[in-house]
Design a protein around this ligand. Structure first.
Ligand SMILES: Cc1cc2nc3c(=O)[nH]c(=O)nc-3n(C[C@H](O)[C@H](O)[C@H](O)COP(=O)(O)OP(=O)(O)OC[C@H]3O[C@@H](n4cnc5c(N)ncnc54)[C@H](O)[C@@H]3O)c2cc1C
Length: 402
């Protein structure tokens, strides 16, 4: 059996290796359009490659995919984060889990992952053809496929497409002509620009337990917020950008966010907390006692922003003053105008519609014998190793050629 894998990224390599594992007699050719394979693996995770996530709970993992949650539940049943871990460890790559759950090679070097994938493809005699972009794919009347590169036509029995995300919908034209529905690609995982907000002065400040919601939308996320010199970043913001990718794109990235700096939705709890400060630290000035251990610069900023006199004592606040503080820490509003690509990791939301892919096999439901793997599928995750996990899992399943 002759198998073509189109795309030399994480998903393509895993698909090719899985094909050889499940069909040792097959001839596998991997086509890569550029002169380098695994380029994204190289730059991923700041050069360290956040290869997967430390969680093994399918439910928990699937929650990290704004697109493809249920699809990934099925996929992870076959090839989970633990399988990724074992796969690399069994091939000599030692891995480690960091405190936030991200998994990296012990070497802290993405090259370790690249060398492992390259040496395994070499050992399995997978032919890697660089500078060979596939320009068209046609089902052949004898049940196979004609794969065309610029200078050649090749006949294959089965084809796995793993060409990654494309920021432009035209990038999918050669697959669309086979009858697949394409979900419009839009960016995911970006930070919020706030050109007119003085909060930028606080760049570098981190509120470690905050929440953010987009006004007028059902987008609410929790986690640390990092103030940057252009606006806001950090896990809570990146999650909001991922879960709101389509809506925020439709709003042309012009919207308001409510920030709850202490991630407390119950106003009564906050009131009680402030009242206890009022009793225990009654003689302290507002500016010298920070509720919820808010970063000092943030607290001073919020006092000024809300016309609260920092030299006032806590005991002199009164009911109105307490309400003003609740509103300043729990309902703080900022105007977002534009986005900035996150330096560590960005992905495309959109791609081949999940309706056209068999979630147990990755086979196209409109074109038998054709399979998909990786970011080309309309699945994307938040930061934390979830995107590579989707690439490994779908690549592994596609390679079974079931
Ligand atoms: C800067 C950055 C850092 C990241 N860091 C992380 C991280 O640490 N952890 C994580 O989980 N995710 C990370 N991601 C996301 C992750 O890299 C992707 O989700 C993942 O690489 C997708 O793998 P893929 O194989 O589907 O696609 P890709 O890695 O994009 O590979 C697709 C390949 O197909 C080739 N190709 C395209 N069209 C054709 C064609 N017509 N013919 C032949 N070849 C073709 C491309 O040149 C490319 O080599 C990061 C992304 C970026 C941009």
């Amino acid at each position: 059996m002759k198998v073509a894998v189109i795309g030399g990224g994480a998903a393509g390599f895993f698909a090719a290796l899985s094909t050889k594992e499940h069909h040792p007699q097959s001839e596998v050719i991997l086509f890569e359009k550029s002169k380098n394979v695994l380029s994204k693996v190289r730059i991923s995770g700041g050069g360290r490659c956040n290869v997967t996530n430390g969680s093994h709970s399918i439910k928990e993992l699937s929650e990290s995919y704004p697109r493809g949650k249920n699809f990934m539940k099925n996929v992870l049943k076959t090839f989970n984060t633990k399988d990724t871990w074992n796969w690399f460890e069994q091939r000599g790559v030692s891995l480690k889990v960091e405190a936030d759950g991200r998994v990296f090679p012990m070497s802290n070097d993405s090259n370790t992952i690249i060398q492992c994938l390259l040496s395994n493809t070499k050992e399995k005699e997978i032919s890697i053809q660089i500078n060979k972009g596939v320009i068209s794919l046609q089902p052949d009347n004898k049940n196979g496929f004609v794969v065309k590169t610029k200078d050649h036509s090749h006949i294959f029995d089965k084809v796995i497409i793993a060409t990654g995300g494309s920021p432009k919908v035209q990038g999918f034209d050669w697959i669309k002509v086979l009858g697949h529905k394409i979900e419009k690609p839009v960016p995911s995982l970006f930070t919020f620009n706030m050109p007119d907000e003085p909060v930028k002065k606080l760049m570098g400040v981190v509120a470690s337990n905050a929440s953010v919601s987009v006004q007028g939308q059902k987008i609410k996320t929790e986690g640390p917020i990092l103030i940057t010199h252009w606006g806001m970043s950090g896990p809570a913001i990146l999650k909001a950008s991922a879960f709101g990718a389509r809506i925020l794109h439709d709003l042309d990235y012009q919207f308001n966010v409510n920030v709850n700096w202490v991630n407390q939705s119950n106003q009564e709890d906050v009131k009680q907390n402030l009242q206890s400060i009022l009793k225990e630290h009654s003689k302290k000035q507002l500016s010298s006692y920070r509720p919820y251990e808010l970063p000092d610069r943030l607290w001073q900023f919020l006092l000024i922003k809300n016309d609260l006199d920092g030299s006032k004592k806590w005991e002199d606040l009164g009911k109105k003053g307490i309400n003003r503080i609740i509103s300043s820490i729990c309902h703080d509003t900022y105007q977002v105008s534009g986005k900035t690509t996150f330096k560590e990791e960005f992905v495309t939301c959109g791609g081949i519609s999940l309706l056209d892919i068999n979630r147990k096999t990755m086979e196209s439901s409109v074109c038998p014998g054709l399979y998909f793997a990786g970011e080309i599928i309309d699945v994307d995750g938040i930061t934390g190793g979830y995107n590579f996990q989707a690439a490994w899992s779908t690549g592994y399943i596609a390679g079974k050629l079931q």
